[in-house]
Write a protein that binds this ligand. Structure first.
Ligand SMILES: Cc1cc2nc3c(=O)[nH]c(=O)nc-3n(C[C@H](O)[C@H](O)[C@H](O)COP(=O)(O)O)c2cc1C
Length: 329
């Protein structure tokens, strides 16, 4: 059984990113170098047990290659957390993560996610309910260092008292959104609190890390057991493969080959479930840092379906190959 405590330290985690880190993207990442742990996009516990279940189920789709995989949930009803945790175990996930960090206005208005930082008693009920339903699967929490202002010590001490298996700390307040810089000094405080309490809870630092080398530095400074990386993956799909050349330094054919694979996987997985436009946000990952990349990107954004995108990429590859051959003459 998966255990946060048994991972070799320091470990890496691909951050949950709504509408980005779906099963297709996680498979692409896995093929370029897998992190030690994946986390799903957040799934509403209300959604999981409503007639609209079919609208959220895509968030919990996965294949074996994305392993170990922890499912992230959010909501505000302990009874649904218990049921959600139990369903997640049945579905075959390796752990359950509770979102106590999302700062989106609509969500915090209903008292969910980062709003729980200012509602410690409900936060406690939710963790305990998830543990009850989890049937031994690890339960973790992902959070921030405060809601409007820094509140690191009381908040993390409270979470630690609930003995989750892991706590991921994004070194910003909810009010900060993604602005300013993540404060790894606050993450170091969380490690200290855990050590002083002599608890087994694993502390994962998160915020602004762009490479494993940078992750090593943050771990050395803070004492965190692992590092979670989100946006850095957009700049380098090979980020989790230590020592590998970054995507930006790879050939046009490798970059566009990966794009074609992404298009194929997207079609295979989501045709009829997710609209084609969802795929467009990924184009800039692949069509970057080569001659003609921005023009290709603009053309790709104008496409209306996967066939058009494939044809465009094939044509570009043929032309660039012909170009390279001409240059060799
Ligand atoms: C597009 C996007 C979607 C996100 N969705 C989630 C989410 O579903 N659950 C969550 O806990 N955090 C979510 N986050 C926050 C990230 O997991 C992470 O905490 C944040 O981006 C800081 O890490 P980074 O600097 O490595 O990106 C999201 C961030 C981005 C950019």
């Amino acid at each position: 059984m998966f255990s946060w405590q048994k991972l070799k330290k320091p470990f890496s985690v691909l951050a949950p990113m709504e509408d980005v880190t779906d099963t297709v993207f996680r498979r692409l990442v896995a093929s370029c170098g897998a992190p030690d742990v994946f986390v799903s996009e957040f799934t509403s516990t209300d959604g999981m047990f409503s007639p609209g279940w079919s609208n959220v189920v895509h968030r919990l789709k996965f294949t074996e290659g994305e392993s170990p995989l922890v499912a992230q949930i959010w909501g505000n009803k302990p009874e649904l957390y218990q049921k959600a945790a139990s369903r997640i175990r049945e579905l075959g996930f390796h752990g359950i993560d509770i979102n106590m960090g999302c700062p989106v206005e609509k969500i915090i208005k209903s008292g969910c996610c980062s709003a729980l930082i200012d509602n410690p008693s409900l936060a406690a009920e939710l963790v305990l309910a998830a543990k009850e339903g989890a049937g031994g699967l690890p339960v973790s929490v992902k959070t921030r260092i405060g809601f409007t202002t820094r509140h690191t010590e009381p908040w993390i001490e409270h979470l630690l008292s609930l003995q989750p298996d892991a706590i991921t700390v994004h070194g910003r307040t909810a009010k900060q959104l993604s602005k300013g810089t993540a404060d790894w000094g606050e993450i170091a405080k969380c490690v200290q609190l855990r050590d002083e309490a002599r608890l087994e809870t694993v502390i994962i630092g998160n915020g602004d890390v762009k490479s494993l080398e940078e992750a090593d530095l943050r771990v050395a400074e803070s004492g965190a057991d692992g590092v979670m990386i989100g946006r850095g993956i957009f700049d380098n799909l090979f980020l989790f493969q230590r020592g590998a050349a970054p995507l930006s330094e790879r050939s046009v054919s490798e970059k566009l080959g990966l794009l074609l694979r992404h298009i194929d996987l997207f079609e295979e997985t989501w045709k009829g479930e997710k609209p084609y436009r969802v795929l467009k946000k990924y184009f800039k990952i692949y069509a970057s840092s080569f001659d003609g990349a921005s023009q290709l990107r603009m053309q790709l954004v104008e496409t209306e379906n996967a066939e058009e995108a494939r044809a465009l990429v094939d044509r570009f590859l043929l032309n660039s190959k012909a170009h390279a051959e001409l240059n060799l003459l």
